[in-house]
Design a protein around this ligand. Structure first.
Ligand code: ATP
Ligand code: PRP
Ligand code: NIO
Ligand code: MG
Length: 549
């Protein structure tokens, strides 16, 4: 077995079973037949996969999904039942030999070069360059796009949440129930983690991708208890003395004492909620993080939580904190923190100051920014719907365009200049300025001399003649590595935790004004002088000359 295969099996989670060659658009297969019929089996193509606009009104994107693309290439194979299905589905006059051809088709002759997963990337710079026989490289289009588009959108969304939250707030992904189906949910958990989330409530994602799984409990757990009579046998073992502590009685005693300290009457607090919290604390004495907004945070939830937390303390355990899932999260989190301070002081338990306050409920980037502006005491956000559905922008528009065939460049023209493709086999370089920030991404023809540190290079806007600048880079990063060649993974994709670190490291190379939330400055993507002339010559050659009458 090749070392590439060894690397793959050791480090990569198994690919979701629905990612397979038939997970594509029908037209890829009909085109494959037409290519085959036209004798194009030996034609060699180069495709670029890129996007044209950054999502979320931002000026950067995080590239993700590469590992899954590599697994797809590795496993690419039409099964007998796939072939059978195609025979039944395609017109009956399709030649049998085409199916024999498909049956033996693999990605062994494909070469895939890519930017490192987790990097910041920009419009027009190909994320993937796919070279190889026209038919197979064409057949890969839709699946590669579906693997990169949502992954990159999701990682970008998560990275944006991380940026607005700041590095000291913990972010948990709670979105599975609201996600675009099971696979959407699983991908959302994986790529939120890459983008900078700290954990997920999605247990399967935890198992498959080794992401920390975290969570609290739901309102239904609280509302399922109505009185203290609902409780039976509530004792907790003290971890040191091994004594059995009566959590129930201790909690009731503390509720009486505490009501004086925090000025809330025990009569107003819900007994059902207290019963629920005692029950949860009994089950998880060292992991007690309770939902406190079922009835009333101020008059019930906080009093009940603190009572049980102090009872647990008597039993030798430290509570973790609270979750607030409705109401004014700024006000209620500050109220919770003030209450914890009062308890910390009057009971001489300094750790009570540091209890975790989790906030959830329809959180998005704007809510976090607004909460920061108002002031709050939240340590952790649990975020579902807006994050996993990418509600602010539900799709990234990556496309897959033919740029060369049999050594001949190809250009796709459009009335809309932004949609004209940049032809030919190209390399991409990131040029850094003297202060260490990335200045510009430069596309060149592959036969050009690479840019070098300290050497002046002319960077041109691909379509606006007057826009050009000289750059003397202090560092040059060649953006492509070959990840797949000769039928194997030749650069091992990094483990998720490293891709996650890469995202933050890569974001640090961008100037702050490119990352800011409101009206960020666009990052420059340029072409070399040589590529500029090449594009425009080809454009002239291909644009028909109209006739005025
Ligand atoms: N201080 C705040 N500043 C800005 N937005 C906030 C603040 N507190 C909460 N929010 C947001 O306001 C919205 C409030 O949601 P909604 O109107 O459904 O109220 P609710 O508190 O959930 O009501 P209910 O008690 O009926 O569940 C949520 O999206 C929440 O994230
Ligand atoms: O609000 P999101 O960002 O999507 O986060 C996840 C939500 O899911 C849970 O409850 P759910 O919304 O199912 O019920 P609830 O509205 O009654 O809390 C949780 O309490 C959050 O509110
Ligand atoms: O664990 C939680 O608190 C949680 C999980 C999923 C959705 N809402 C909340
Ligand atoms: Mg909700």
């Amino acid at each position: 077995m090749s070392s590439g295969k060894l690397i793959t099996q050791r480090e990569m989670a198994r690919q979701n079973g629905i990612v397979q060659p038939l997970l594509t658009d029908l037209y890829q297969i009909t085109m494959a037949y037409a290519y085959w019929k036209s004798g194009k089996v030996n034609d060699v193509a180069v495709f670029d996969l890129f996007f044209r606009t950054n999502p979320f009104q931002g000026e950067f994107t995080i590239f993700a999904g590469l590992e899954e693309c590599l697994k797809f290439l590795e496993n690419f194979h039409y099964s007998d039942s796939d072939i059978e299905y195609l025979k039944q589905t395609l017109p009956s006059d399709i030649e049998q030999e085409f199916f024999d051809y498909l049956k033996d088709l693999t990605c062994n002759d494909v070469k895939l070069s890519a930017i490192e997963e987790g990097s910041v990337v920009f419009p027009r710079v190909p994320l993937l360059r796919i070279e190889g026989p026209l038919i197979i490289t064409q057949l890969l289009e839709t699946t590669l796009l579906t693997l990169v588009n949502f992954a990159s959108l999701m990682a970008t969304n998560a990275a944006r949440y991380r940026m607005v939250a700041g590095k000291n707030i913990s972010l948990l992904e709670f979105g599975l129930r609201r996600a675009q189906g099971p696979d959407g949910g699983l991908s959302a958990s994986k790529y939120s983690y890459i983008g900078g989330f700290d954990g997920t409530s999605n247990v399967l994602a935890g198992k498959m991708f080794n992401i920390p799984v975290k969570g609290t409990h739901a309102h239904s757990f609280v509302t399922s208890f109505s009185t203290l009579d609902d409780l039976q046998n509530v004792s907790v073992t003290h971890p040191e003395t091994k004594a059995q502590c009566n959590l129930f009685q201790l909690s009731l005693d503390w509720r009486k004492k505490l009501s004086m300290i925090i000025g809330v009457s025990p009569e107003e607090a819900s007994d059902g909620e207290l019963a629920a919290l005692i029950s949860y604390a009994q089950a998880f004495p060292s992991g007690f993080l309770a939902l406190v907004d079922t009835y009333d945070v101020k008059r019930s939830g906080l009093l009940n939580f603190c009572s049980v937390a102090l009872a647990l303390n008597d039993c030798g355990h430290r509570a973790l904190g609270v979750r607030i899932d409705s109401g004014d999260l700024a006000y209620l989190s500050i109220l919770a923190r003030d209450t914890f301070r009062q308890v910390a002081e009057s009971c001489q338990l300094p750790w009570f100051n540091d209890l975790t306050i989790v906030a959830s409920n329809d959180i998005n980037e704007e809510t976090i920014l607004s909460l920061h502006e108002q002031g709050h005491a939240i340590d952790c956000f649990g975020i579902g719907t807006h994050l996993v559905t990418c509600q602010r922008q539900p799709a990234l528009g990556c496309v897959y365009k033919l740029v060369e065939i049999n050594g001949q460049p190809r250009i796709k023209l459009s009335q809309d200049v932004a949609k004209v493709t940049i032809p030919g086999h190209k390399e991409a370089y990131r040029l850094f300025g003297a202060d260490g920030h990335a200045l510009v991404d430069l596309l060149q023809r592959s036969n050009e001399r690479p840019p070098a540190v300290g050497r002046k290079v002319l960077c041109r806007h691909p379509f606006q003649e007057a826009k050009r600048a000289y750059v003397i880079p202090s560092k040059v990063e060649h953006l492509y590595k070959v990840y797949w060649s000769e039928g194997r993974i030749c650069t091992a994709p990094k483990p998720l935790s490293e891709v996650r670190e890469r995202v933050q490291a890569s974001l640090r190379t961008l100037r702050q004004d490119i990352k800011r939330n409101l009206n960020p400055t666009p990052y420059k993507v340029a072409v070399s002088d040589d590529l500029y002339n090449f594009i425009h010559d080809l454009w002239l050659q291909n644009a028909p000359i109209g006739e005025l009458s």
